[in-house]
Each structure stands twice: as C-alpha cells, then as structure tokens.
Design a protein around this ligand. Sequence first.
Ligand code: ZN
Length: 192
Amino acid sequence: MALTKDDIITLPNPHLREKSRRVGYINLEIRRVVEDMISATLSWDDSREHEVGVALAAIQIDQPYRIVVVRNDFDNKKDRTFGVFINPEITKLEGELSEDYEGCLSVPDIYGKVKRYSKVRVKATSLDGQPLRITADGFLARIFQHEIDHLNGMMFVDHIKDDPEAFYRLETDGKLKALDYASIKEDLVLWQ
Ligand code: ZN
C-alpha cells in the first residue's frame, strides 16, 4: 500500500527533533522509503488547495534516514516528479541572508518568515549511487537548508522562536495572517 498524507508525522512528535542516520548501501528498503516519501508528499499535495508539496525529508514519514526528495518543478502543481538526494550535505553557504515565508508538511497551517542564505552548494548521492553536486539559489537554496535541517532534527519554527513578527497562519482562503506571538509561545505542540 502506498503511503498517504496521513503517514506524515507532525509536531509535537519527538522524532522530528532527532538526528537521522546516514544511508550506507542503497538497497531495496531505501528505494521503498523514497517511493513512500514521494507518494505521501503527492497525497498531501492533492489535499491542499493553496499549497504545493515541494519537498520532504525521510524523518517526516518516520524513517530516520538522511534522504530528501525535492520536486523538480515546484512552481507547477501538475509536475509530479522529484529529485532524490541521499546523504545530502551543505558544503558552502553563500550570498546574503534573506527572509521569506516558509512552511512545512510537519507543521500544518503555520508559516514563518525565516532567514536563509540565498545560495548553497550541496553534495549528495543519487538513487543510483552516483555523486551529485548542486549549486542552488533562491527558493531552491531555501528548500535545501530547510530539508537538511530536518536530517539534523531542526524545525523551521526553531529558527524564529524569538521573533515576535515571524509567525503566520494559512487561512482557508489561502491568505497568510499574522499570528499573535503570545499564543505561539504558549503553543506546546510547537515547542514540546
Ligand atoms: Zn519541513
């Protein structure tokens, strides 16, 4: 059975704050995890009118492996293909820190304004076991920083927990509305 959006774990699940382990040999189990990550992301995507499921880390389906999938065309909900990055590592952070809205499939409906580097260099291994080197900028650079954080047990909300202006909620009409910081600070789901 293919995994669905209901298999995506969300805060306060403590597994999301644990470090994932490196993938050794890319065997059948690893390929299965990758298929499950993609089907869960697409199922989530199909259920959300105003959002695109752009990427997922394996821990988000409760598999503590250093694996990330990233949509090949994240501006296009119709494109359902993904790049697969095994053991991805940021080798260089470049450019400037810039702030933009960021969401996460494991933090439903909450968005945050998070500072990220505008350019990153990433090395990883492909599903075929080949070395990959990527230079990413703009939104793709943001995606890699967000996803590689997941492999280290870091959530986007952890970056902005002291910023009273950074939190937003996605309303049913697809607009982002600023959230009251006092209620965010007391929201144990986020900080447990
Ligand atoms: Zn995320």
